[in-house]
Design a protein. Sequence first.
Length: 433
Amino acid sequence: MTAPLFYVDNTPYSQADCDHIVRGLAERPEFQSPVGCRFAVCLQDTAHWLALCLWLKPLGASVLPIHPGTPYPAANALAEDTGCSYLLFGEQLQEVTPETLGGVTRTASAEGGELIQLSSGTTGKAKTIARPWRDIDRELAAYVAHFTEARALTPVVACPVTHSYGLICGVLAARERGIAPHVVTNLNPRFIIARLRAVPEHLLYASPTLISLLMRMLPEQEMLHAVMLSGAPLPAPVLTQLRDRCLRLCQQYGCSEAGCVAVSADVTEPGLLGHPLPHLSVQAGASAGQPDEILITVKATGQRIHSKDLGYFDHRGQLHFLARTDDTINVAGINVYPGAVEDVFLGYPGIREAVAFKQPDAFAGERVCLRFVADSDIDTDQLRQWSRDRLSPHQVPSLIEQVESISRLPNGKVSRRLLSESLADKGQREVLA
């Protein structure tokens, strides 16, 4: 039997299977000369998307993968906004005409094709990021060479493979190592746990929210083998719990423009991002007391990227993350990092989630606010008094609000900017005066 290229849930897919999937498209005139064309792709079948991606990449076509849950009007709008020539939605392939583009000239693709992604939009409207496949190949080579601890592990990708985290680091990096990744689309925690048991030496790629849910459902006597975290660092209490439930805890850090920037194969504290990948040059602050914006330079092209993240290097040369520059709260000239406040409140019995954010203040410039989710009602005055024994005066939230849930973006991230705006919309600024 031919070795599989990848698995989707319980089903293996070989090269022959992938050839069969793309055969119909390969006969379409639109795909006869795909070089220079931008294809927006929204497919319900994950195996079909991966087969198409693996076929188009070496041909030099440019691809915008769209999450399979996206309705047609939204997918069509994304195709228009990103200057795509064609939209493949399910089995329907249509041209994105100049008329639907509002007369705007289609965007030319770089030589060799591009992977087109949208930024997370946590600090504003999402923007189009087109990364040449050759740049992604450099990232893959550096990722595989640097992250040697993953060589003997099988990636289990329980996150969207239409996003660079799941597609590049989960699927394409596995293929670079000659390993068939297991992609999970059934996000029922029991199903995922069963798949992890079937792949004992696994490296799980998933969102922090899903990983936390799996931890609660995993029998006490069981442990996960290796887990990869991405995005905002986990709060200290959650990180400690997770370290106790897996043999290896990893963290990677990146941005839309550069892909993966740094990897830590052994996360021991919140914000530890590890050493930068060798194809990049990274600048940051000299210490925790002297942080600075993380600046990234792609060595091969000289491209310089402002991350808008505050961080620093420790004495071992490992990169640490403190906060988004936009999320940092300046209270009377003193910087407050939201994670430091959240870690304290997550230590209060019954609190499951906590998010600190800022609001304008007439006297101090900005003040700290906090929303939290708990198992039962908590007296916020008592909670504030409790926090005064554990936080500096400028870190104590002026407003503490218990809510049933904390809203998140489609990618699972919390936007502190949107929380701040929603508080202002509710007319609660006077609380801070």
